[in-house]
Design a protein around this ligand. Structure first.
Ligand code: ATP
Length: 303
């Protein structure tokens, strides 16, 4: 993290896919215990952080993202200044590529990027542990956006252990027209469980074994998400998106996190290009992107 003090800092930060997401019962504090396997992919938001007379956050051309103090990137900048007693107002400009409310932790990616960018801008020592603590205060997914790679998350998802993975995974991401609110999807799962306890995803070990051997077909077979049934219940057309992806030749597929993005795992880059082309013409999604993982977490771009 080397930057000229005061010069604008450019940071990239990855989207995530949950390869495995097991959701426990609702806790008394309103949260659910999770066991999840996070996987960072090269669909990146890009932030430019510059010194300014007052705090501001802009996401030009993107609807549904708060511009000011409620933007997670601005909250991250202010919390870092508060915790370290350093820094000053910053102007943050976000080039958004991660779908908003898409289940790919776009807001968390921006928060992690703002932490890394401000730390570089203010010349703070590159203490990843300190940044990770602040990241966990900002949101359950923010520590993973900082770390990247592949990791098991427990607690609310913020307690991370890196995973040995020999697999390079090629994805097609089918993005939906409308987002889904994460709290609403958890609420729908609680409702479905109260009404009849739908089947739960199994243990995480088969996914960990598949990643360790780098066997893409085994990874595809082990993809699992307890929130998928709730996302299907709220947006029934997602079933068709997933089915269409499998018919197009994907090895496997899963709703990413709380959805509605559907992540389709393909054998290699050629297969991903083929599946992407078919999905783009299928009328079952708003937009299609190809992506590869794992990639590192939020990083300063050195040009
Ligand atoms: P997750 O996968 O972490 O559950 P998500 O990817 O489904 O989240 P986000 O794109 O992170 O959803 O956004 C959720 C909400 O957070 C948005 O509807 C928006 O109002 C708010 N938000 C605040 N800051 C940002 C940001 N920088 N980018 C996107 N959304 C933001």
């Amino acid at each position: 993290m080397i930057a000229r003090l005061g010069a604008p800092v450019r940071v990239t930060s990855p989207a995530k896919i949950n390869l495995h997401l097991a959701v426990g019962d609702l806790r008394e504090d309103g949260y659910h215990d999770l066991v999840t396997v996070f996987h960072a992919v090269d669909l990146m938001d890009e932030l430019v952080v510059s010194p300014a007379a007052q705090h501001s956050v802009r996401t030009p051309g993107v609807a549904g993202v708060p511009a000011g103090a409620r933007n997670l990137a601005g909250m991250a900048a202010r919390l870092l200044a508060k915790r370290t007693g350093q820094g000053g107002p910053v102007a943050i400009e976000i080039t958004k590529r991660i779908p908003v409310a898409g289940g790919m932790a776009g807001g968390s990616a921006d928060a992690a990027a703002a932490l890394v960018g401000c730390a570089a801008l203010w010349g703070l020592p590159p203490g990843r542990d300190a940044l990770t603590e602040i990241a966990a205060e900002l949101g359950s997914d923010v520590p993973f956006s900082l770390a990247g790679g592949t990791a098991v998350g427990t607690g609310r998802g913020e307690r991370l252990v890196p995973v040995l993975s020999r697999a390079t995974l090629h994805w097609v991401l089918a993005m939906a027209a409308d987002g889904l609110s994460t709290p609403q999807v958890f609420g729908e799962l609680d409702r479905l469980r109260a009404a009849g306890d739908p089947p739960r995803v199994g243990a995480v070990e088969p996914m960990l074994a598949a990643l360790a051997t780098g066997d893409t077909a085994a990874v595809a077979a082990a993809l699992a998400n307890d929130l998928q049934a709730a996302a299907f219940s709220l947006q029934p057309e997602l079933r068709r998106t997933l089915r269409r992806g499998l018919e197009a030749g994907a090895l496997g597929g899963v709703v990413s996190g709380s959805g509605p993005t559907v992540a389709l795992l393909c054998t290699d880059p050629e297969a991903a290009a083929q599946v992407a082309a078919e999905m783009a013409g299928s009328g079952t999604c708003r937009a299609v992107k190809v992506a590869t993982g794992p990639v590192p977490g939020a990083r300063v771009v050195v040009r």
